[in-house]
Design a protein around this ligand. Structure first.
Ligand code: CA
Length: 407
């Protein structure tokens, strides 16, 4: 199976990848495209000419109508696209609709319904426990019985490339007390951080009261996006007790503009690292439930960490089963993220909080040092995984630059 598209065969964007996105060419309406090599295939005119039943979904400014078609129709559309790109017979009809990436602007890929963020890395949760509660067990008693999570803010999920305004808020500075009581002050966050995560988007929703079993994961999950859960640690530290993350998280969450369909990850499934104690029956999984996805965190062009997704304790199927186990329904476009991905060793830590071990040890960013993000810093997360053609595919990258707080 070899594509005729120039430069695509053997690249990270071969026909075993084919991520979807919403693109805009100069002077035209946003439409759904699929990436092949360094080109975007404008699917709307090709589907219309082929009289594809679902052609209308490609004329939209979001992927929601496409994602909502369900797994069977999406699998068929993917086979049709692969056919277009490998069969020489139709090349003359398809090639005029390939647009160089440099000639288009990528938009927010889908309308985010609800957004849930988990905390599924044992290495991350343990590191945070050791940093903040050094005298206690690093993991709290519930952690290995359920995937801990919280509901985030869907309306501030932004596409890769969006500038991140340093948030203002309340925080308690070191030594800032009135008598023995903490005395908060208002101002720009001084401990702005990243969280390198992986996100999953719902294709087929459910009705209120229904639960999604772990075995039904692929019937409901459409695909994957890169996620950077920007976090203001000083705001978070003061506000989170007793109800959890709030304004320290809700100012912005960046996602990739490309959505990788689940089918592209067929060669990336691996065994989970191991779960002990055995989870309750509704959280049990058969076979390979983990994903072998390598993440790279770059700051101003310098790689600072390489978190391995395969080290995650809880699987995406378990996260979806848990978030619907009470009967909460999901909708097309709902997003859930994994939580910070951190591996067991320092160079695999997925946040500055861990890389600096609680703001104590500055780490190198090129020839500079950092504890927290500074204005002007640009963070890029890139993701790769084994593809079904034997090489590696690239998932959507996520980038964002910190701009000064608004006075
Ligand atoms: Ca997070």
């Amino acid at each position: 199976m070899k594509t005729w598209v120039p430069g695509a065969a053997g690249s990270a964007y071969d026909v075993d990848n084919l991520p979807y996105g919403v693109f805009v060419a100069a002077g035209e309406q946003p439409r759904v495209g699929v990436r092949i090599g360094d080109l975007v295939l404008d699917l709307a005119p090709v589907a219309a000419a082929a009289m594809l039943e679902e052609a209308h979904v490609f004329e939209q400014s979001t992927l929601n109508p496409l994602m909502g078609l369900g797994k069977a129709r999406n699998d068929a559309i993917r086979r049709w696209i692969v056919g277009l790109l490998v069969e020489h017979a139709g090349r003359a009809d398809v090639e005029p609709h390939l647009v160089p990436l440099g000639d288009v602007e990528m938009r927010m890929p889908f309308d985010v319904g609800d957004y849930v963020d988990f905390y599924a890395s044992e290495h991350h949760a343990s590191a945070v426990g050791k940093i903040f509660r050094p005298e206690q067990e690093p993991l709290l008693p519930n952690w290995k019985h359920l995937p801990v999570g919280y509901h985030g803010r869907a309306g501030t999920v932004v596409p890769s490339g969006t500038d991140i305004v340093r948030p203002m808020g309340q925080r308690v500075l070191p030594g800032s007390t009135t008598g023995s009581a903490p005395a908060p002050v208002f101002g720009p966050s001084g401990r702005l951080d990243i969280e390198a995560e992986l996100g999953f988007v719902v294709g087929t929703g459910t009705t209120l009261g229904a639960r999604v079993s772990t075995a039904a994961f692929a019937d409901h999950a459409f695909g994957l996006v890169g996620v950077n859960d920007w976090s203001a640690r000083d705001i978070q530290a003061w506000e989170y007790v007793p109800l959890g993350p709030f304004l320290g998280k809700s100012f912005a969450t960046s996602i990739s503009t490309w959505v990788t369909p689940l089918a592209a990850l067929d060669a990336a499934w691996v065994d989970l690292p191991g779960q002990d104690p055995e989870p309750l029956p509704y959280l049990q999984v058969d076979g390979r439930a983990g994903l072998d996805i390598s993440i790279e965190v770059s700051v101003n062009g310098h790689v600072v960490s390489r978190p391995p997704y395969r080290s995650m304790y809880w699987s995406p199927a378990q996260m979806l089963a848990h978030l619907t186990v009470n009967g909460a329904s999901v909708r097309t476009g709902d997003l859930w993220a994994s939580g910070t991905v951190s591996g067991p060793v320092p160079e695999e830590r997925g946040s500055f909080l861990e890389l600096s071990w609680g703001w104590r040890e500055p780490f190198a960013v090129g020839d500079q040092e950092r504890l927290a993000l500074e204005d002007g810093d640009e963070v890029t997360l890139t993701y790769t995984a084994p593809g079904t053609l034997g090489g590696r595919i690239a998932l959507g990258e996520v980038t964002g630059r910190i701009v000064p707080a608004r006075p």
